[in-house]
Design a protein around this ligand. Structure first.
Ligand code: EPZ
Length: 416
């Protein structure tokens, strides 16, 4: 089956090493298309979303080799051709290839990347800003064609923060003619990593990590190597697992500087964190929670990708609370599944109200997307009895070996 079976009730103890960041790896792999030659990307997680991005690059004639977590991309065999729609549609991040392909070839046609259960996830900001950079875009019902003779710099004022649009526009701007300014740029660590990689290759980018990026187009970029930072959401996931199941877990390589808001909320919710040179030691339940409200927002606010995970932590805290989701319009899809495990959660608009719960009992529950699926797994760790989380493939999109890692920490979990 495409599932995970968990026998709840064991606390977690030991050490787990945090994988490389999915959301930094994907735009950096797309960015290799801007470079004629071979780039070596280290610490690339071996997960299905990265696999699909590798396939897309291969479908464009690139040679892609993986050695453990090193991915080597040689773009010298690049040839325009249609990208496999199964990889385009199954993974939204394929939209990140638009900026890179326009910079390399001046043309790309593709189907609209899939939305998903957390929201419609349109790409109107991407397309509108690309038009400002001299791109002609014709849209049809299920896709679009974008074409340009030369990308030209522009002042791009995004009406609200979008991680993907910021990444796409950076990729379009680094080889464009003239200067591009991106105002209301996203500030996520994954954007900073992308800018770091591009600067290693010779790009001229100022303001990475701030809301105003200034990019001076250059003639060419050069092959380079880069090490992807650890995944702050995966680190937050194992932190949440320890807070739910109890115990002591050392999160090796956790990117602490990218996790300030998450760690602040975790301590307020009862965890104790001690900082070591190469990671953090988490004691999951050291004191009563003193936090009854979580609000998601753009970085450096509390990340929307951690929202489902902290919903489980709050539901198990024995106290009432509320979560306000400000980024996606439909990101409470795990609520019915958690209620079947014994949670008391009601949703009103973009606010989830969490009632006191006497604890969870095992159940068969269904993952509907990546982070909600991970949240159901950590709920099962704390549940009384056996749970089965179905649709494991959603979880495999973003987590390397989650069952193996949890078993190594003492959880009773197995593939089902
Ligand atoms: C990235 O998605 C991440 N994915 C998401 O992580 C993350 O939740 C999200 O940023 C927010 O931090 C990757 O990096 C691969 P957005 P992205 O553009 O770029 C709306 C995970 O679990 N919007 O910042 O798609 C959009 O609908 C995933 O790893 C438009 O309306 O997010 C959303 O409501 C889930 N028009 C809001 O903006 C546009 O043109 C933020 O989306 C673009 C976005």
């Amino acid at each position: 089956m495409d599932a995970i079976r968990i026998y709840g009730g064991n606390c977690l103890d030991g050490q787990t090493t945090i994988q490389g960041s999915k959301n930094a790896s994907l735009p950096i792999l797309a960015a290799t298309l801007l470079i004629d030659g071979t780039c070596e990307i280290e610490n690339c997680p071996d997960i299905s979303d990265v696999y699909h991005m590798q396939r897309l690059l291969e479908s464009l004639g690139c040679k892609v080799e993986r050695e453990g977590t090193l991915v080597r991309v040689n773009t010298q065999g690049f040839s325009e051709c249609d990208m496999p729609s199964d990889s385009v549609c199954v993974m939204r991040s394929s939209v990140m290839l638009v900026g890179a392909l326009l910079a390399r070839t001046g043309k790309i046609c593709m189907e609209y990347p899939g939305g998903c259960v957390i929201g419609a996830r349109p790409i109107d900001l991407h397309l509108r800003s690309l038009r400002q950079m001299g791109v002609t875009i014709t849209e049809s019902e299920d896709g679009f064609c974008a074409e340009t003779t030369r990308l030209r710099g522009a002042v791009l004022r995004l009406p609200f923060v979008s991680v993907g649009a910021t990444e796409n526009l950076i990729l379009a701007a680094v080889l464009a003619e003239g200067e591009t300014v991106i105002e209301s740029a996203a500030r996520e660590p994954e954007i900073q990593a992308l800018c770091d990689f591009l600067r290693c290759a010779g790009a001229k980018i100022e303001g990475a990590g701030t809301e105003r990026l200034v990019i001076h187009g250059v003639e060419r970029l050069n092959p380079t190597g880069y090490r992807v930072p650890a995944d702050r959401i995966v680190a937050g996931t194992y932190l949440s697992a320890c807070m739910c199941a109890g115990g002591h877990v050392f999160l090796k390589d956790a990117p602490v500087s990218h996790m300030e808001s998450v760690l602040d909320y975790a301590v307020r919710m009862g965890a104790a964190i001690s900082y070591e040179a190469d990671g953090i030691l988490v004691a999951g339940r050291e004191h009563e929670s003193a936090c009854d409200t979580v609000v998601t927002g753009c970085y450096p606010e509390f990340p929307t990708d951690m929202q489902s995970l902290f919903m489980v932590v709050m539901a198990l805290s024995g106290q009432a609370g509320r979560i306000e989701e400000t980024v996606f319009e439909n990101r409470f899809r795990i609520v019915p599944e958690l209620c079947r495990m014994g949670a008391d959660i009601t949703v009103q608009g973009n606010v989830a109200h969490i009632g006191r719960s006497a604890g969870f009992h095992g159940a068969i529950v269904q993952a509907k997307e990546l982070r909600g699926g991970a949240a159901l797994v950590i709920a099962a760790l704390a549940a009384d009895g056996t749970s089965i989380v179905t649709n494991r493939h959603y979880i495999d999109r973003g987590y390397e070996d989650i069952v193996l890692n949890l078993r190594a920490l003492g959880a009773k979990a197995e593939l089902a």
